[in-house]
Ligand binder design. Structure first.
Ligand code: TXA
Ligand code: MG
Length: 303
């Protein structure tokens, strides 16, 4: 189906991807169509190993070190496209760079090898909605718009890959994700964070309201408002008076919280609650990525 230009959703260790042949303009166009995503937003291209990445993009010494250390894994590298890069320009949204990663999931790797094509795969949700971490989430949003879903059970990491831009002189994290900034800095030294301290967002995916449940979100909550549901984070007790409580992690484990984040938001995003309140989440490690997602979900909605 993928070789025929159809779309197949597949599991990765982060979230489910909406896969299409990255070398086919029509397949990539179908991805944007299925997602209802603005077409200026470039996609991540998935490959089975670093040598497949070298056929598509220029890996300098920094990129080679990052690939060696973190692939397969939740790190996407933004690199200069190779001179005869076969990937559709639409996947790069017209940029001369490409975001590439090797997913750490046996089904994803088997699919990439069997297909023999790089697969462009954004998260398999409609644009602006939370990312899917089970095949049921994918079907709920994309049934009728894609040919198939490969079911690999729930995703382990539960939050998207970190997007690291190595296309310029200064390594820059464009999107926080499954690999913490501290882990990257242990290999590369200091890296910049895009979109902080008034800098313009460099990744078009960093739109403020990109991750939006339908119900309003209230962050750093310590007391209930009538009708709200609570997204809890331990190890402390949940404040009383909420219509329903879902724990990101009862014990205060940030890795567990990341794995539960999108599924919990979906469960609480119901018409009979008036909003979702979220307990404070610490900012270190994966907490930075979780808070980034929550802040976006809580941001005022665009038109
Ligand atoms: O974990 C993940 O990364 C998942 C799974 C399926 O691999 N994929 C995913 O893809 O989250 P997507 O398309 O939803 O997010 C791609 C992110 C966006 O923020 C996009 O703007 C950025 O990567 N991006 C992609 N190509 C880029 C480029 N050439 N330059 C700058 N940013 C880029
Ligand atoms: Mg997404």
């Amino acid at each position: 189906m993928l070789r025929a230009g159809e779309l197949v959703a597949f599991p990765t260790e982060t979230v489910y991807g909406l896969g299409g042949d990255a070398t086919s303009d029509i397949a990539v166009a179908r991805i944007f169509e299925a997602k209802g995503r603005p077409s200026f937003n470039p996609l991540i291209v998935h490959v089975p190993d670093a040598s497949a990445a070298r056929a598509l993009a220029v890996l300098d010494a920094r990129a080679e070190r990052m690939a060696e250390r973190f692939w397969p894994g939740p790190l996407s590298l933004v690199l200069q496209r190779a001179s005869h890069c076969p990937v559709s320009l639409l996947a790069s949204a017209g940029l001369d760079t490409l975001a590439i990663r090797v997913p750490a999931h046996p089904l994803a790797l088997a699919l990439l090898r069997a297909t023999g094509r790089p697969l462009a795969a954004p998260s398999a949700n409609r644009s602006g909605r939370v990312s899917p971490t089970t095949s049921a989430h994918v079907i709920a949003e994309l049934d009728g718009r894609i040919a198939a879903v490969l079911d690999g059970g729930p995703c382990q990491v539960g939050i998207e890959s970190t997007v690291l831009d190595l296309s310029g002189n200064e390594p820059t994290v464009l999107r926080p994700g499954g690999i913490a900034r501290e882990e990257i800095e242990a290999v590369l030294g200091p890296v910049a964070m895009a979109g902080l301290a008034g800098t313009a967002p460099r990744s078009p995916g960093m739109l403020e309201s990109h991750y939006a449940p339908r119900q309003p979100l209230r962050l750093d909550v310590v007391a209930a408002r009538p009708g709200e549901a609570l997204l809890g984070f331990g190890p402390g007790k949940a404040p009383e008076g909420f219509r329903e409580v879902r724990w990101l992690s009862r014990s205060g484990d940030l890795t567990e919280a990341a794995a539960n984040l999108f599924a919990s938001l979906r469960v609480l995003d119901r018409p009979d609650v008036i909003g979702i309140a979220v307990m404070p989440i610490p900012q270190h490690g994966l907490g930075a990525a979780i808070n980034d997602r929550l802040r976006r979900a809580a941001a005022p909605r665009g038109p």
